[in-house]
Design a protein around this ligand. Structure first.
Ligand code: TNX
Length: 528
């Protein structure tokens, strides 16, 4: 009887342990289909990663995973090429012929002996490994060796994204952020399977990307930021380094040059961009700013919007834009260049419309597709132009009628610079206070009458940085809202609900801690 009791106790104890391990149901973004089988695969230093067939991209993804888990486990997993189908213990990256998985989907089969990640492209392997990462204990995120059982629950997961474009925007113009900060941001969004980072590279307060044919842009325009700090900029080499780092994490960089408004930093850098040197020079709105003709325009470190404008009738304006787009396109392998177009209150509408139409053509001439804020809907929309809905659903409706796709980023729901509530230590609230439940509980395809599922390319959560000065500030506003936006972009709306999600979000807390993420501890979430 004593022996029997001991066995019962042992079993009970084992069960308790198992319950604490990460379940398939805890993953963010929520996978499409999960079937747990209630055993464990244990990762050890002997676990091999097997690449099936000749495959450089699979190798690169495997190397990313090896580096990712090395600090916490102390394991340096071996990557092996595997020619035949003979099953070996370990983690296998195999090619799937199942096109319903799409380019980013994956099928994960986990048994006690082996893990198989089947995908049609490398992105699928990467996302499968991101899921494995979340199935491991939170200690996997530590950067020192941890004493843990590296168990992974068994079963199958079939998963692919709802939207092709899942993104966050970082405004590096209002405050400048270092290459290291941007890389950390990329790591954090990639962890939740986002695949684009939109960098807002220019605004009234700063010009942040080296343009070799217009060197004063960074020398003068990059020399300050909101509040008068020293600002900064990325050299083209640094930008390429960011692009490469992002590519290795299946994140595409979308660079934005905002125009014709939000251009004070450029105008302050080059007098010829605003001086009255030709009869054709126009003065847009009758503001004090636009009356400044032959005098230099000062750098600006405040937070007003809508006062500056490129001169839409000056030929040099187009020479300038063409040079900028050419140089930017040459260092941007991704398909898009974002041309801004928002809040051009100092540009007459009759000038704005042909300007925005012409700039779109220029981007296309340099081999890229256009993204612009929703106001560009007023202009001639080129085939493949995408409009980013931030404020005015009517604009997006107009854009859709003209054939555009929409990126959904409504300020009231998806602006990461909005405060959680009136007590948030930084952030703005002109659009809304956005608590975690509000940030999560909406559907892009059901947000504005005029924008339907088929019109939507994806979702973007934007972080404007007027009040954000360092990485801690970034993390406080971005976390814990970001995983929710990632889930809205990835997981089918039918399976999403706040009451269930908040539990999963709470379970991310040990990961946030291990990653040293300074997150907002909302009272609405049961933090683990
Ligand atoms: C509006 S959103 C802006 C930005 C500001 C932001 C602050 C948009 C396209 N323009 O210039 O930084 O509000 O929340």
């Amino acid at each position: 009887v004593v022996a029997l009791l001991a066995i019962v106790a042992l079993v009970a104890c084992n069960n308790a342990e198992k319950q604490q391990a990460v379940s398939f149901k805890d993953i963010i973004p929520k996978p499409v289909l999960v079937k747990p089988s209630n055993e464990f695969f244990t990762l050890s230093k002997a676990t091999g990663i097997f690449i099936h067939g000749e495959n450089d991209t699979a190798n690169a993804v495997a190397r990313w995973f090896v580096a990712q888990i090395k600090p916490a486990t102390g394991f340096e997993l071996e990557i092996n090429a595997m020619k035949g189908p003979d099953a070996k213990e370990g983690i296998h990256l195999t090619t799937s012929a199942d096109t319903t998985l799409g380019k980013e989907g994956y099928e994960l089969t986990i048994t006690k002996e082996a893990i198989n990640i089947a995908a049609t492209t490398a992105a699928g392997w990467f996302y499968g490994l991101q899921t494995i990462r979340q199935l491991l204990p939170a200690a996997i995120e530590m950067n020192t060796t941890q004493n843990a059982d590296w168990q992974i629950a068994t079963g199958t997961i079939r998963d692919y994204p709802e939207y092709a474009y899942r993104s966050s925007m970082l405004d590096v113009a209002r405050h400048f952020f270092s290459v290291e900060d941007v890389k950390r941001y990329i790591d954090l969004i990639a962890m939740y399977k986002m695949n684009n980072l939109h960098l807002h590279l220019s605004d009234d307060q700063g010009w942040r990307i080296e343009i070799k044919s217009w060197p004063e842009l960074t020398k003068i325009g990059g020399s300050t930021e909101v509040g008068g700090g020293k600002g900064g900029f990325y050299t083209q080499e640094q930008y390429k380094d960011i692009v490469k780092y992002a590519q290795e994490r299946f994140v595409n960089i979308v660079p934005e040059i905002d125009m014709p408004g939000h251009t004070n930093a450029a105008l302050a850098s080059y007098k010829e961009l605003h001086s009255a040197d030709s009869m054709a020079a126009n003065l847009q709105a009758n503001t004090e700013f636009n009356k400044k003709e032959d005098t230099a325009i000062n750098l600006y470190t405040g937070t007003e919007v809508g006062f500056s404008s490129l001169r839409t009738k000056k030929p040099i304006t187009y020479k300038f834009i063409d040079d900028v787009i050419r140089e930017l396109a040459a260092i941007t392998p991704g398909p898009w260049i974002h041309i801004g177009g928002d809040e051009s209150h100092a540009t007459k509408k009759e000038d704005y419309i042909p300007f925005m139409s012409r700039v779109q053509e220029m981007v296309i001439a340099h081999g890229k597709k256009v993204i612009g804020w929703d106001e560009i809907a007023w202009s001639t929309i080129q085939p493949n132009t995408t409009v980013q809905f931030w404020a005015d659903a009517e604009n997006s409706k107009m854009a859709v009628a003209k054939g555009a796709k929409v990126i959904v980023s409504p300020a009231k729901k998806a602006y990461l610079d909005m405060q959680y509530d009136s007590t948030s230590r930084i952030g703005l609230h002109w659009a809304a206070y956005i608590e975690i439940d509000s940030a999560y509980s909406w559907d892009p395809a059901n947000y504005a009458d005029s924008i339907k599922r088929d019109n939507i390319l994806g979702i973007e959560a934007a972080l404007w940085t007027e009040t954000v000065t360092n990485m801690d500030d970034i993390e406080y506003l971005v976390f814990p809202r970001l995983p929710g936006y990632a889930e809205i972009g990835w997981s089918p709306v039918q399976g999403r609900g706040w009451n269930e999600y908040k539990v999963r979000l709470g379970l991310q807390a040990p990961r946030f801690k291990a990653l040293n993420i300074d997150y907002y501890k909302s009272k609405l979430v049961p933090w683990a």
